[in-house]
Design a protein around this ligand. Structure first.
Ligand code: GDP
Ligand code: K
Ligand code: MG
Length: 352
């Protein structure tokens, strides 16, 4: 064992927080790779996904996790189980919030974070939206730090656009109030800071923009200081715990989130049934499972127009992800109420 090996640092860093605050975007920026799918809609990420950053002398195993919700159906329970595991495994916790929300959906999950007994960094993400707002209304600029009038200001139009209404859909469903309007949005940094300082007094607080990379280097530097001396946990050429096939399914699912409205994205699961590579070309077959007959029709569209558009968009996206020619075949199947069915949930990896 050389001196360098003896000093090697490695550890697990779990990223947890409410839906849509930018957990997956942050992991991707920390990794420098578009590994985990990100969309403007809430609850895009459904499984724990490890992203591994490797450098000479250190390895950080990040875990991206589903957004914390109150479970509305069995799939959510599986998702929250994955969050709990990620909290238990962590050497350091990154708790993410954003400038549009102050709180955390589930008091019990917050208690788990508090009781984890590991260092916590609270990251207030999307600070670029505050900067945008300042650019729009310079008169407010001087007052933001003091916590007075700007605190109750309405968000810039861009803030709503970035967030979309979809968090409301999934959030409302989770709270059992379908179609409820989204909660009021705030760009209230002083009260966000105060809330988190009160909830997690031992945590360090940093403000970042995961999308634009602002202050993300500072997060990584801090993590490296907190990381234990340990040999690598994974081969240092490896960037995830998940196989390529898993990511093919995720890329297709991201396109479903992009192309379909309302409950459709939340009703679909993508199961990759074949994944083969030959002559630098990948051929993939996948089944899109839906809850009900009516959803099958919506997914396919008149004369198959929607499923054709989905297949084409997903193929382009898969080509970018794998940097290889890609051919995709999709079929749609009704797997009745799969979100509430133990055997489907096991098949899709939500339950063990
Ligand atoms: P997750 O559900 O917590 O994993 O959130 P995502 O990473 O999928 O991001 C949700 C949405 O917020 C996407 O539209 C992202 O582009 C957007 N987003 C993430 N980080 C930032 C940021 O720093 N600034 C802005 N303006 N938008 C962001
Ligand atoms: K999202
Ligand atoms: Mg995510």
């Amino acid at each position: 064992v050389g001196a360098a090996d003896a000093d090697h640092r490695a550890g697990f860093v779990s990223i947890v927080g409410s839906p849509n605050v930018g957990k997956s975007t942050l992991m991707n920026t920390l990794l420098g790779e578009q590994l985990s799918i990100t969309t403007p809609k809430a609850s895009t990420t459904r499984q724990r996904i490890m992203g591994i950053a490797n450098e000479p002398g250190w390895q950080i195993v990040y875990s991206d996790t589903p957004g914390v919700v109150k479970p509305a159906y069995k799939m959510h329970e599986g998702m929250m189980g994955a969050v709990r595991c990620a909290i238990e495994d962590a050497d350091v916790l990154l708790v993410i919030t954003d400038v549009l929300e102050t709180g955390f959906r589930d008091e019990r999950m917050l208690r788990r974070v508090r009781d984890a007994g590991v260092p916590i960094l609270v990251l207030v993400n999307k600070v670029d939206l505050v900067a945008q707002r300042l650019a729009h209304a310079p008169a407010v600029a001087g007052k933001l730090g003091g916590g007075a009038p700007a605190a109750r200001a309405a968000p810039a139009p861009d803030a709503r656009a970035t967030h979309g209404g979809a968090r409301a859909w999934e959030g409302a469903q989770a709270d059992g109030e379908e179609g409820a309007p989204p909660p009021p949005r705030q760009l209230d940094l002083p009260s966000i800071r105060a809330w988190w300082r009160a909830q997690l007094p031992a945590a360090e607080l940093l403000e970042v923009s995961a999308l634009h990379g602002d202050n993300v280097d500072a997060v990584r530097e801090r993590l490296l200081q907190l990381l234990p001396v340990h040999p690598p946990f994974f081969d240092k050429a490896q960037i995830s715990d998940r196989p390529e096939k898993f990511f093919a399914g995720e890329v297709v699912r991201a396109q479903i989130f992009e192309q379909y409205a309302d409950e459709i994205p939340y009703s679909c699961e993508v199961e990759v049934t074949a994944f083969k590579e030959a002559d630098n070309k990948i051929s993939c077959e996948a089944t899109v499972h839906v809850l009900r007959d009516s959803q099958k029709g919506i997914l396919i569209g008149a004369k198959g127009a929607q499923i054709k558009a989905l297949t084409d968009a997903a193929e382009r996206s898969l080509y970018r992800f794998f940097a290889k020619r890609f051919s995709l075949r999709l079929q749609v199947k009704v797997s009745k109420d799969w979100r509430a069915n133990d055997s489907f949930l096991r098949q899709f990896g939500y339950l063990r």
